[in-house]
Design a protein around this ligand. Structure first.
Ligand code: ADP
Length: 229
């Protein structure tokens, strides 16, 4: 009898979660962290499924933007706009690029929620193709990590990044700006990250920051600079 009651309770709980957020079980995990992703989530933030996996938590995006105060930043894989919004608050201007027009629309909406859309040039396009026409102070690279599966490897390698390997993306970024910021999985091969600094002559300075949210390490940010960013 007792056992039956317990199982009923459990079922009830699950149902109310589904009703509350209307998200698939995969997305629910991210939905519970929604205020870590966007503190203004309740004021009209819009996401698609991919956006939930790949948006940078707000606390991390703020730290990254603080390093770029007053500069012209190119956010090359802007997704639903988590980084773009924070750059727009502190930087002189922001170019936000994404290949997916739906993401760009969502990012525009989300930037409006934060009142910063006016400070952003939104571009729908392939970063690799657009690169020759871009110039800025800082290139921010938060390229696709290959979905949530990145966690399954012990050591995440540069050739797992998309739409090109990390070395190629970095060389492209070097042709655009003297300062590059890369947002990478926490299990990335740090020796490979260090190699990137040597793709420039003289080599760039490199600072690696470990990014924590709620006491858990989520990612790393690599700051490359010809001076200090
Ligand atoms: P993750 O693997 O980290 O979840 P996504 O696959 O969601 O990353 O990709 C991050 C963002 O990069 C997406 O919004 C996607 O549309 C965008 N993107 C992918 N390829 C390109 C590209 N070639 N140029 C610009 N944006 C791109």
């Amino acid at each position: 009898m007792k056992a039956k009651k317990r199982s009923r309770l459990k079922k009830g709980k699950k149902l109310s979660v589904k009703k509350e957020n209307g998200k698939s079980p995969k997305i629910s995990k991210y939905w519970f962290q929604r205020y870590d992703l966007f503190s203004r989530y309740d004021q009209g933030i819009e996401m698609d499924e991919e956006g939930w996996y790949s948006v940078t938590p707000e606390e991390i995006a703020i730290r990254q933007a603080e390093r770029c105060r007053g500069q012209l930043v190119i956010d090359c894989f802007s997704g639903v706009g988590g980084n773009t919004i924070q750059f727009a608050k502190l930087c002189s201007s922001v170019v936000a690029i994404d290949i997916d027009p739906v993401k760009v629309e969502l990012a525009m909406n989300n930037a409006m929620v934060y009142g910063v859309a006016i400070r952003v040039d939104f571009v729908v396009g392939d970063f690799v193709h657009l690169a020759p026409s871009l110039k800025g102070d800082v290139v921010f690279l938060s390229p696709p990590w290959g979905g949530p599966m990145y966690k399954d490897v012990e050591s995440y390698k540069m050739d797992m990044l998309q739409p090109r390997d990390g070395y190629t993306l970095f060389k492209i970024a070097l042709s655009i700006a003297p300062n590059i910021i890369m947002f990478l999985p926490r299990n990335v091969d740090v020796a490979q990250v260090e190699e990137l600094a040597w793709l420039s002559s003289p080599p760039l300075t490199l600072e690696i920051e470990e990014n924590f949210v709620g006491g858990r390490m989520k990612a790393i940010t690599a700051y490359f600079s010809c001076n200090a960013v």
